[in-house]
Every structure is written in structure tokens, then in C-alpha cells.
Design a binder for this molecule. Structure first.
Ligand SMILES: Cc1cc2nc3c(=O)[nH]c(=O)nc-3n(C[C@H](O)[C@H](O)[C@H](O)COP(=O)(O)OP(=O)(O)OC[C@H]3O[C@@H](n4cnc5c(N)ncnc54)[C@H](O)[C@@H]3O)c2cc1C
Length: 490
């Protein structure tokens, strides 16, 4: 904008973090102008809502649940009455049986049988007496709290599906971040005594009536109304710096019709990044020192794809989602989008079922054609006994790269190197989920972005500690302790 005396702030990425940074800045300061550069054709990032023939669906169902008051305030400020309250119902499918989730003692006992239940308890006591002395891996962490037998039933195969690697190779940090201090003993005791049952029974979450994308589309509108800008199809391909100051970014503006992209250099006084750290480090010109690049290359990601099937009849099950532990099928979790919001479906006589697959970009699943994926999902839903393959009348497939930052044996050290170098830049911050390589939900992605905006306005916050310190561990502070949190890979 010409003759604009406001200080320009460039935001890379229009997902929850990037949009929150811009929204916060526009709300708090008349002296700044935020310009969000989003590489894809829509806002919302992993929290977007896609549409196919009037069927709306998430990249994995997105619950809105937080204990961060500022985040809650922003959700209400932006969407207000467009939030609905959804009762949560979810189960685990394991050994051809459905287990209530959160686990309920008697349902679990009946399903698993008294003999196996006794073995679970014995194994629990054995590991209480002789635990692993050092808890370095996810496996050790879980076994120390739940025993080997329960780990084998309810953690090993699902965790392997989600991450694609042996749970022994996953750092205990992930478990510690996702599972609050639980123990099998507490879980069993609560089930017997009924403690906390009333709160767990009414467990519910907020959800925008048209899916999470609604939140981010509205936020983008408000940013524009407040004098900021949100540019779609604008991919940042280079971050230019002069010593420890970032001066500009090079943006590739592309169009849907395949016309030659147009390049633009966008200057700024401050920069907020939300693209994945590994990509970011490779985008700097001049490049960072070799040890920083080496550290960035150590970061790994897990990718994800969803095949949303339309069925010719109403929902085959009432759950919002079902965890599929069975190693016989590749699907990891199944969503029922009508159970999230009826408005996600244009025709209430049909069902919209999201079959979620955890995968690796370039692997067998990722490279399957859309037709093959539709067939796979249809055959698996039949194999699970939830619907017939012939009931499928439509399908939409979305591949989501870098859905999960991986916490393996190398990531922590690598992240320390990256953090030190990025903190040496004067006017550049990185936030969000992949921007911090942290397993953040929307709320913590947003909180880090709010803090970055406030830093630009002169406050001093450490964005790298969001969702690291104990006080930020609200999300999985379960109302009823039980092993469920460990299974809840989003
Ligand atoms: C399967 C699954 C289920 C989940 N469920 C929940 C849930 O129930 N509740 C919840 O709160 N959270 C959930 N999450 C987490 C939530 O999706 C993330 O916390 C959130 O989307 C992160 O926001 P972000 O802005 O940091 O990153 P992203 O959502 O990844 O957004 C980053 C944006 O940056 C853009 N971008 C990347 N590179 C560039 C570039 N070079 N130039 C321009 N733009 C670029 C991308 O296109 C994207 O739009 C889930 C995640 C997954 C994978």
C-alpha cells in the first residue's frame, strides 16, 4: 500500500498461527500492518475445512478445546454463536471388538476376558516393582505407568500405526507432553469407585458448525477489515537477510489456471514464520551456518491422508471417531462427520466417513492413485463390519504433508541448535506447530502466535516455551485419569 506509514509485518503462512498473529497485531495496534502470505489456495492450514460436492470435512476431526483463556476469548470473539457444543463419543476397535473410550472397566473386562484382565494387572504390579530405571523412550514411559501387558494391547500397535516406527524409537517427551500423570491403578480405582465419572460422562467440546475452516475464514476476513491483508496462492520461497536482520521475503504468486507465477519481493520491519522449520532454514539467503542446516535436516515429519467416503445411507455408527488398533487394516482412525455437525453434510440420508491413514510422503499409501485409495478405504470399512463397500457413492482424498512433527532421538538436540540461531535474528520469530516443531494443537499454536505479536509491540515473551512448561499442559489434564490420552494421537 502506498503512503502507508504503518510498520509492515510479514506473516508466513495462513494457518491458525499465522492468522492469529495477524489478528492479534491488527487488534492491538493501529501502527502496524500485517500481511499474511499463504502458499495454498485456502486459509486454515491443517485446521482447514475442505469441501467436495457439498460435503465438508476436516483434515482429521478438529476439536476446539482449551484451557488458555486468551485463546477461548479469541474463538468466541471471532465465531460467537457459530460454535456448537458436541458431545464426545469415541471407541477403540481392537481384536474385532469395540472398547468404550475412555476405557470403562466393565466393558473392557467383558471384551478382554477375566484371564487377560488378570494378566494385565499382574504385569502392572510387576512393572511397579521393577520399572525401567531410565525412561527414555515412549515404550519405557508407558510401561512404567501401565505395565507391559496393557502397553501391548492398547499402545503398541496404534502408536506404531501413527508414527510408522517402533515406539522404542519415539522419545518419552512425546508421552510426557500428551499424557498427564496417570497410572493404571488410578484408572481402575476411578472405574470401580465412580470417581470423576460425572465429569467424564459429560465430556464435550466446541466445534464451528461448518467445521474448523469456518473459524479461519472468518479470522482472515476480520484481519482484512482491520486493515491487514491475507494473500492466498502466495508461497514464500526465500527469506532474505542482512546479517541478523531479515529484510524481505520472495513470494511466488500462482494462479489456479496454471499461468506463469509472478514473483514479488515483500519487505517488512518484522517477520513471523509458521512454515515448517526444516523448510524455513533452507529458504534463508544467505544460508545459515552449516551446523544449523545440518540440524534442520535432522527434523522429521509424519504425513497423513484422509479418504472421505460418502455412503448411501445414514451413519453406520454414532461415534465422532473410532480408533482402529487392528493391524489387519491400514486405516488408523475413522471419523463420522455428521456426529461433529449435521451441517457438514448436504444430505442427511447419507453418511460422510473420514478414513484416516498415517503415512510417509512417497510411500506406498501416499503414492496410491485416488481410485486405489477409494477402493482400499471401501474394502477396509467393509472388513471392519461398519458398512459395505458397495454402499460407497462418493469419495474425496486429501494428502497432508508434515501433519506431525516427529519426536525421535535426534530432534531435541537439533531443535536447540535451531532455536539458538533463530533467536539471534533481531526481527524474525517462528511460531505454531511445525514452526516450532512442537506437537501443538490449535490452542498452543495460537498462543505462541499471540505472544509473537505482542513481542512486536514491545512485550517480552519466550514463544519457545509454549506447551513445554508444565503450566501449559492444560490440554491433556484429563478429567478422569485413564490410559486414553496416550491413544489420542489427535
Ligand atoms: C490429524 C490431525 C488432527 C488434529 N486435531 C486437532 C484437534 O482436534 N484440535 C486441535 O486444536 N488441533 C488439532 N490438530 C492440530 C492443528 O491442526 C494444528 O495445531 C494447527 O493447524 C497448527 O497451526 P499452524 O498455523 O501452526 O500450522 P498449519 O496448520 O500447518 O498452517 C501452516 C500454513 O502455512 C502455509 N505455508 C507453509 N509453507 C509456506 C510457505 N513457504 N509460504 C506460504 N505459506 C506456507 C501452509 O499452507 C499452511 O496453511 C490436529 C492435527 C492433525 C494432523
Amino acid at each position: 500500500m502506498q503512503n502507508d506509514s504503518r510498520s509492515p509485518v510479514v506473516v508466513i503462512g495462513g494457518g491458525p498461527a499465522g492468522l492469529t498473529a495477524a489478528y492479534e497485531l491488527q487488534k492491538r495496534s493501529a501502527g502496524h500492518r500485517a500481511r499474511v502470505l499463504e502458499g495454498s489456495r485456502m486459509v486454515g492450514g491443517i485446521s482447514r475445512t475442505e469441501t467436495n460436492n457439498g460435503y465438508r470435512f476436516d483434515i482429521g476431526g478438529h476439536r476446539f478445546f482449551t484451557k488458555v483463556s486468551e485463546v477461548e476469548e479469541m474463538w468466541n470473539e471471532v465465531l460467537g454463536d457459530d460454535f456448537i457444543t458436541v458431545p464426545r463419543l469415541s471407541r477403540i476397535y481392537y481384536r474385532e471388538k469395540f472398547f468404550d473410550y475412555p476405557l470403562k472397566l466393565f466393558n473392557a473386562l467383558i471384551n478382554i476376558g477375566p484371564y487377560e484382565s488378570a494378566r494385565i494387572l499382574l504385569s502392572y504390579f510387576k512393572w511397579q516393582v521393577r520399572p525401567f530405571r531410565r525412561e527414555e523412550s515412549f515404550e519405557e514411559w508407558v510401561i512404567n505407568r501401565f505395565g507391559g501387558r496393557l502397553y501391548m494391547h492398547f499402545f503398541r500397535s496404534y502408536t506404531h500405526k501413527v508414527w510408522g516406527i517402533n515406539p522404542r524409537e519415539i522419545r518419552a517427551d512425546w508421552a510426557a507432553q500428551r499424557i498427564k500423570n496417570l497410572s493404571l491403578f488410578k484408572a481402575v480405582w476411578n472405574a470401580i469407585s465412580g470417581a470423576n465419572d460425572t465429569t467424564s460422562l459429560i465430556e464435550e467440546f466446541k466445534y464451528p458448525r461448518l467445521g474448523p475452516g469456518m473459524m479461519w475464514e472468518k479470522t482472515a476476513e476480520l484481519i482484512k477489515q482491520q486493515g491487514g491483508a491475507v494473500d492466498l496462492r502466495s508461497e514464500v520461497v526465500q527469506v532474505n537477510r542482512d546479517g541478523n536482520r531479515v529484510t524481505s521475503v520472495d513470494v511466488k504468486h500462482w494462479t489456479e489456471d496454471g499461468a506463469e507465477p509472478v514473483m514479488e519481493r515483500v519487505e517488512g520491519a518484522h517477520f513471523v514464520n509458521t512454515m515448517a522449520l526444516r523448510d524455513l532454514i533452507h529458504a534463508f539467503d544467505p544460508p545459515p551456518p552449516p551446523e544449523v542446516i545440518k540440524a534442520a535436516d535432522k527434523l522429521k515429519y509424519r504425513d497423513f491422508l484422509i479418504v472421505t467416503l460418502v455412503l448411501d445411507h445414514a451413519d453406520p455408527f454414532a461415534d465422532n471417531w473410532i480408533y482402529i488398533h487392528s493391524p489387519k487394516v491400514k486405516v488408523g482412525r475413522i471419523q463420522n462427520f455428521r456426529a461433529w455437525s449435521k451441517e457438514m453434510l448436504p444430505d442427511q440420508n447419507t453418511a460422510s466417513i473420514g478414513m484416516e491413514y498415517f503415512c510417509q510422503e512417497g510411500d506406498g499409501l501416499w503414492t496410491m492413485s485416488d481410485e486405489e485409495l477409494r477402493e482400499l478405504a471401501a474394502s477396509e470399512i467393509e472388513q471392519l463390519g461398519l458398512a459395505k463397500a458397495s454402499d460407497v457413492i462418493g469419495a474425496a482424498i486429501i494428502r497432508q504433508p508434515k501433519a506431525y512433527p516427529v519426536y525421535d532421538g535426534e530432534y531435541r538436540e537439533a531443535l536447540d541448535v535451531l532455536e539458538d540461531w533463530i533467536l539471534s535474528l533481531q526481527n524474525f520469530q517462528t511460531v505454531g506447530r511445525n514452526g516450532l516443531h512442537r506437537y501443538n494443537n490449535q490452542d498452543h499454536s495460537m498462543l505462541s502466535a499471540m505472544l509473537a505479536a505482542r513481542n512486536i509491540l514491545g512485550e517480552r515473551h519466550d514463544v519457545w516455551t509454549v506447551n513445554v512448561e508444565r503450566s501449559y499442559h492444560e490440554e491433556f489434564e484429563l478429567k478422569k485419569p485413564g490410559p486414553e490420552a496416550a491413544l489420542a494421537a489427535e
